[in-house]
Write a protein that binds this ligand. Sequence first.
Ligand SMILES: Nc1nc2c(c(=O)[nH]1)N[C@H]1C(S)=C(S)[C@@H](COP(=O)(O)OP(=O)(O)OC[C@H]3O[C@@H](n4cnc5c(N)ncnc54)[C@H](O)[C@@H]3O)O[C@H]1N2
Ligand code: MOO
Length: 396
Amino acid sequence: MISVSDALEKILALVAPTGTESVPLREARGRVMAAPHVAAYDQPPFSASAMDGYAVIGSEAREGARFRAIGESAAGHGHAGAVAAGEAVRIFTGAPMPRGADRVIIQEDVARDGDIITVTAPQESGPHVRPAAADFAKGAEAFPRRRLGPADLALLAAMDADRLVLHRRPEVALIATGDELVMPGTSRRPGQIAASNSFGLAAMVEAAGGIARLLPIARDDIDALAQSFELARGADLIVTIGGASVGDHDLVGRAAALGGMEQAFYKVAMRPGKPLMAGRLGTAAMIGLPGNPVSAMVCGHVFLRPALDALLGLPAGPAPRRTAPLACDLPANGPREHYLRARLGIDGITPFPTQDSSLLSVLAEADALLVRPVGDPARRVGETVDYLPLGGPGGG
Ligand SMILES: Nc1nc2c(c(=O)[nH]1)N[C@H]1C(S)=C(S)[C@@H](COP(=O)(O)OP(=O)(O)OC[C@H]3O[C@@H](n4cnc5c(N)ncnc54)[C@H](O)[C@@H]3O)O[C@H]1N2
Ligand code: MOO
């Protein structure tokens, strides 16, 4: 049995960033850039007014000063001429500053009578001008190492990107295994249950920017599993669920070995999630998750998500942890790193009283996985512990 951190290291060693593709900007949300985008223009491309008002020579702008309005500069339509002493150009937010002018007097601070404007207030703030290239200069590079969010997309659009070079979305084949499983909403025989965690894992893969391929449920026999591995061909990552433990019908390890899997490890000192395996199967990495619904989901947080980061070319490492004070006492932990479904409150973090790894109802209400290190001694209320945030109830 290896430690969680060793297992993660071995899984990350099995995956490499996917190839690249050119994608329209509008389809890039949540995806990851594989090459920088270089700005084609300065932004703003010219020095621009930050307010609606009058562009003048700054040294002349004082209360009581009078100017003659000689023209207009609107956004998209600049003023062709220059501004000389005693002159002003009516200007609007975003419009190019006319030559010679270096200050805008906001229109609230002037009285206008025909072509003559008089400054009616002291000019203490300003100059209300955005210098050319204040946001970024031509040639500036944008290469955020994260999933692209709304602000990234706005910046990239400002940089004139219509397409981006992105990492291909990693394809993850999910294979639920077990004679007892049927698809939700389909008829079942006595003894059968709905496959569940495959849907949770598919959502996790998609939220992380991957493509989840939910393959047909594989029966508990070597041939059915071999067929599933065949169907999974072309995937970047093959994830099996169940059949990982030691029972007579736990055949995933054997079927994968017959299919040529080079095993990186089997069994991890964690709870839940002990019978986890990983290896390389053809061109794909393979992760064999334990079947218990919560075990599979916890392993998804701890191993699958970092693997997806690595496939997307992002910096990959352990799931980010936070700390919180304990809201109750905890007994000593045993020889496996324990991930307890927990709730965060104003008084700290409290694990749910029932932690059986079959209880999805408890996972759905949890907003954190409290992490107990191997051999952690008993802990008292108020002591600081680590947890993995789950993004609120339903996120786990
Ligand atoms: N003698 C031992 N028995 C078990 C051990 C052990 O060390 N010695 N380990 C236990 C642990 S820990 C786990 S975790 C489970 C994992 O076993 P498997 O990976 O072989 O999973 P299955 O036996 O196929 O299923 C376990 C449980 O989960 C349900 N299941 C499976 N897949 C799904 C799915 N896609 N959706 C919903 N539910 C699923 C399945 O019906 C079982 O109830 O082994 C322990 N046993
Ligand atoms: O490790 Mo199992 O995953 O405890 O339920």
